[in-house]
Structure formats: structure tokens, C-alpha cells
Design a protein around this ligand. Structure first.
Ligand SMILES: Cc1ncc(COP(=O)(O)O)c(C=O)c1O
Length: 383
């Protein structure tokens, strides 16, 4: 007998996902990691783990709280948070910073805390779900702009002004396509049209910019032209948590207005110690980010040589577009069976018809691993 009520709904919805080749499940890691965002190779680095443990032990010995089960406004704010916020502000070349327990919450906090219904926000069509949902929650006017089309941005900026303020929101390194927003051009357009630029640096943190490696805002030299940015600790820095960086008055306002900050437990102090250690390491060892780019160039060249439509130059996020949902899952499964942990990404994470393998290149991948993965992808796609 067919299930009814809520049970029926669950069966229906899961059945529909199955039929569309869109059913997901959780799979434990297996094989060489070409899937996580551990670009600098810190997650499995014994030296990094030992350094985090040393810092946590030192803090405990000094009587510092290691747990803070409260909102930042209710005793959840500790010296390590204050220190890390100053550190992130310096890292990003901003006046101040505000920690949140995740990048998702940081985007939600920034957008809902800053924007008002009379504002208009131009949002790139491939922006991350946390930006999309943050804008929806902010209830501002949203204009979705074709992916990185500067002329479309210029046209939308030139439209009659809204009653409120004008903003542009982009990722600096797009998480599923691995392409780069032209931040200098966007900053120029924003200046010309009196708009403010907000940048999600989730995937660029630790990978771009000299000398600090703080992201593409630093690399493009637009620190003074970006109103605010989001840095995440859970990708290249291998920890978890995030920070908004921007002018001091904006941070003060967010402490008062940002519900994801006010109504949520503070970032764990343990993670704040780990994030400090990761920032130190990323700044101290620029060779790691150089290695990521060398490795990405090698994998991209191998895939491009095989005619897979992968750009030769580009970031460590390498999309191999397969198209069909089921085929993408099947190819990823077969590549995993050959010892490389690669996952398929399907709609709604990417546009319909563009299901893909999203390959993530790390500093600690060896040449044999990169070449082996390229061969496995090429062969499994040809089957
Ligand atoms: C572009 C982008 N922004 C924000 C986030 C959210 O960050 P977090 O994982 O720290 O919540 C992600 C993570 O998937 C992301 O890819």
C-alpha cells in the first residue's frame, strides 16, 4: 500500500530525486583527496595538528576558557576571539573584523545586517547558495546578473537608482567553476556608479595575494574599494568558521543587527586557536600556495591535452563538465574505484545539464597523483 501523510511525502520526494538522478547520500572519504577544499594540504599535516595542540594546551595552562557555550554578546566573547578578529582585519587590510561560526552564517550576517528593503543588489548568477539565501532574507531588491559579464553589470548599475543604496555581490573565486571575478573592473564600475562592492573570498583565502596570501582582494589591490569581504577558515585553512572584514562602523552595526551572530553560539575557542595557527602557517609558508597553482597547472594541462575542454590556466578548482546527472555520478564512482576521491556535483549546485566532476587540487598532491587522476578521468569518460 502506498504511504500517505508525511511518510508518503518523504517517499515521493526521494523517489523524484532518484528518477532525476539527483539523489545524494553521504560517503566516507576513500582514496587520494581531490574533493575537499584543503587546498594548502593542512588537514592531514602532522606539524599543523601538533602546533594547534600546543596552542590549545598553552591556553588551557594559562587558565583561558576553551569552551564558550554562549553568544558573543552573552559571555561567548573571549580573548582569542578578539585577537583573531584583529588578526583577520590586518590579514585583509581592513579596519575591523567579526567572527562567525561558518561562512554561511557570515554571509547571512553581512547581508541581513547591512541591507535594507529599499537597497538594490546586483548578484552574480553563479553566486553561492549562502549569498542567494542571505539576499532573500535581507528582502532587498535583487538583480541577478549573467555570470561575470561586465557589460551586464555596467548596464544594471546604470539603471535609475533605487531609493536606497546600490551594491554588487560576487565570489572572488567561484566555487563550482573555478573562475575568477575581475575585481579591479568591478571596483571601477562600482566607483563610477556609487555602488558598494561585497566580496565572498571563501575559496580564494590562502591561495592568492602577496605577501599575505589573504585572497584576491589583496592580489587585485582593491582593499580600499571593497566595502566588506567574507573570509572562511574551513577551506584552504582547513579549520572551520569565518570572518567578515570591513570598516569599523559596519562591524559595530553588525554586532547590533546581525541575527546569525546575536542568536548563535560563538565560534568555538578551540577553532579560533586553530584558525590563528592556520593563518600563521599560510603567511609563513607562501611556498604552499605556489605549489597549489603549479599542481593545478599540471592537472589542467593534462586534461586540456586530452581535449576535455578544461582551461589550461586557472585556479585549483577544476570543473570537468559531464552534462548528464547520472553519467557524472557514474564517472565519479569509477574514478574513485581507481583510488582518487572525486565527487560529482549536480543541480541545483550547478545549472541543469552541467553536472560535473569538481576536482580540487592541493599543495601536497604529487606529480604521479595528478597524472594518475588525469588518466583515470580521461579513460573513464571515454568508456
Ligand atoms: C563561496 C562560498 N561561500 C560561503 C560558503 C560557506 O562557508 P562555510 O562552509 O564556512 O559555511 C561556501 C562553502 O561551501 C562557499 O563555497
Amino acid at each position: 500500500m502506498a504511504a500517505t501523510g508525511v511518510a508518503g511525502r518523504l517517499e515521493d520526494e526521494l523517489g523524484r530525486l532518484d528518477a532525476a538522478g539527483l539523489r545524494r547520500g553521504l560517503a566516507l572519504p576513500a582514496g587520494v583527496d581531490f574533493s575537499s577544499n584543503d587546498y594548502l594540504g593542512l588537514a592531514g599535516d602532522a606539524g599543523f595538528a601538533a602546533e594547534v595542540a600546543r596552542r590549545v594546551q598553552r591556553a588551557a595552562a594559562a587558565g583561558e576558557a576553551l569552551f564558550a557555550p554562549a553568544s558573543r554578546l552573552l559571555r561567548g566573547h573571549l580573548p582569542v576571539h578578539a585577537r583573531l578578529e584583529e588578526r583577520v582585519a590586518r590579514f585583509k587590510g581592513a579596519e575591523a573584523a567579526l567572527l562567525l561560526p561558518s561562512g554561511w552564517q557570515a554571509n547571512a550576517a553581512l547581508l541581513t545586517g547591512l541591507l535594507r528593503p529599499e537597497d538594490r543588489v546586483l548578484s552574480d548568477e553563479r553566486n553561492h547558495a549562502s549569498l542567494i539565501d542571505g539576499l532573500r532574507a535581507a528582502r532587498c531588491e535583487r538583480v541577478v546578473v549573467p555570470h561575470l559579464e561586465l557589460e551586464a553589470y555596467a548596464r544594471a548599475l546604470a539603471a535609475p537608482r533605487p531609493a536606497g543604496q546600490l551594491f554588487v555581490v560576487v565570489e572572488s573565486l567561484f566555487s563550482m567553476d573555478g573562475d575568477l571575478a575581475p575585481l579591479a573592473d568591478l571596483a571601477h564600475l562600482c566607483r563610477r556608479h556609487d555602488a558598494s562592492l561585497l566580496v565572498d573570498e571563501a575559496h580564494a583565502t590562502g591561495l592568492y595575494g602577496e605577501p599575505r596570501g589573504s585572497g584576491r582582494i589583496e592580489a587585485c589591490g582593491v582593499e580600499r574599494e571593497v566595502l566588506a569581504s567574507v573570509t572562511t577558515f574551513g577551506k584552504a585553512l582547513a579549520v572551520q568558521g569565518a570572518a567578515i572584514a570591513g570598516p569599523r562602523r559596519l562591524i559595530e552595526l553588525l554586532v547590533n543587527r546581525a541575527r546569525p551572530l546575536i542568536f548563535s553560539t560563538a565560534l568555538s575557542p578551540l577553532l579560533a586557536h586553530a584558525a590563528e595557527a592556520a593563518l600563521d602557517l599560510a603567511e609563513r609558508e607562501p611556498e604552499r600556495r605556489r605549489r597549489v597553482h603549479v599542481n593545478a597547472g599540471r592537472l589542467r594541462a593534462r586534461l586540456a591535452d586530452a581535449g576535455l575542454g578544461v582551461e589550461r590556466a586557472g585556479s585549483p578548482i577544476v570543473p570537468v563538465v559531464v552534462g548528464d546527472n547520472r553519467r557524472a555520478v557514474e564517472v565519479a564512482r569509477r574514478v574513485r574505484e581507481r583510488g582518487f576521491d572525486v565527487r560529482a556535483v549536480r543541480p541545483p549546485t550547478v545549472a541543469p545539464g552541467t553536472a560535473r566532476l569538481r576536482v580540487s587540487v592541493h599543495a601536497d598532491h604529487g606529480e604521479a597523483q595528478l597524472d594518475g587522476l588525469a588518466a583515470a578521468i580521461v579513460e573513464e569518460l571515454a568508456r
